[in-house]
Ligand binder design. Structure first.
Ligand SMILES: Nc1ncnc2c1ncn2[C@@H]1O[C@H](COP(=O)(O)OP(=O)(O)OP(=O)(O)O)[C@@H](O)[C@H]1O
Ligand SMILES: [Mg+2]
Length: 247
């Protein structure tokens, strides 16, 4: 590997630019982003709307390719994989939680969670058993046969988290996982993510506006105008009730 990657680092973002072009117009959504995400840490990416959080999240999760630069996960350069290799890599190692849940509307909760399992070759019976197990973990053991339209927003978000957990990923990427939830459900989802990180050793990366997420995180990556503005551990921040000081 040509890049300098520390042994603590699971995800290495190196010199990443993302430029969106429309005709002559160019939008630099990310500009020379360098970031190391450590194994088993809980990192929150925070920043104003339009600062590039989702774009960075998409680069880290190989949902989109950088215009320049590279992203390494466990030493593998994601932009260099073929699309088939990438699909396999994503399904096996990364659990995604999207802001808009992205559940399949006509499949039940258990059907949605079984999908990534069957994609990797699990038998129908094995997939059912594992999907029921993760739905139980997220507190939805009693709702296996409900389709998304019969579930509340918070419950759909839990199904999305269960789906992300199904293949026992080493990384969970969650884009605004609490954005559509009330305070209490949001806190439960954060506690669940924190638990996965600290008990199961999953590396959790969230993109968020939610200041409740700060206390759960090990580090915060603040981004501004498509660049990393600063990286802080939570202990470097002074968090008081009702006010947050970031420097
Ligand atoms: N497909 C696209 N085509 C053109 N511009 C885009 C595209 N996707 C994102 N952008 C632009 O890139 C910049 C970063 O967008 P991004 O979605 O990453 O922001 P964000 O920090 O996630 O914002 P929010 O908090 O509102 O979700 C914005 O200026 C946005 O308009
Ligand atoms: Mg976003």
């Amino acid at each position: 590997m040509s890049e300098n990657i520390d042994s603590r680092t699971l995800i290495a973002v190196r010199g990443v630019d993302k430029v969106f072009s429309k005709g002559d117009e160019k939008v630099y959504a990310l500009h020379d982003v360098n970031l190391d995400i450590y194994r088993e840490e809980y990192l929150s990416i925070m920043g104003p709307s339009g600062s590039g959080k989702t774009t960075l999240f998409n680069m880290i999760g190989a949902l989109d390719k950088p215009t320049h630069g590279e992203v390494f996960v466990g030493g593998v350069s994601l932009p260099k994989l073929s699309s088939l290799e990438l699909s396999y890599f994503r399904c096996k190692h990364i659990g995604y939680v999207f802001q808009t849940y992205n559940l399949i509307a006509w499949l039940s909760a258990i059907g949605n969670v079984m999908l990534p399992l069957t994609f990797l070759g699990e038998s129908e019976q094995g997939a059912y058993k594992r999907a029921a197990e993760v739905l139980e973990i997220v507190g939805l053991g009693g709702r296996l046969d409900h389709v998304p339209g019969e579930l509340s927003g918070g419950q759909q978000q839990r199904v999305a988290i269960a789906r992300a957990l199904a293949n026992d990923p080493s990384i969970i990427l969650a884009d605004e996982p609490t954005a559509n939830l009330d305070m209490k459900t949001g806190e439960e989802i954060i506690a669940l993510l924190k638990d996965l990180c600290k008990q199961e050793g999953v590396t959790v990366v969230t993109a968020t506006h939610d200041h409740k997420m700060l206390a759960a995180s090990d580090r915060i990556c603040w981004i501004k105008g498509g660049q990393v503005d600063k990286l802080q551990t939570v202990s470097e921040m002074k968090i008081n009730v009702g006010s947050i000081t970031t420097s």
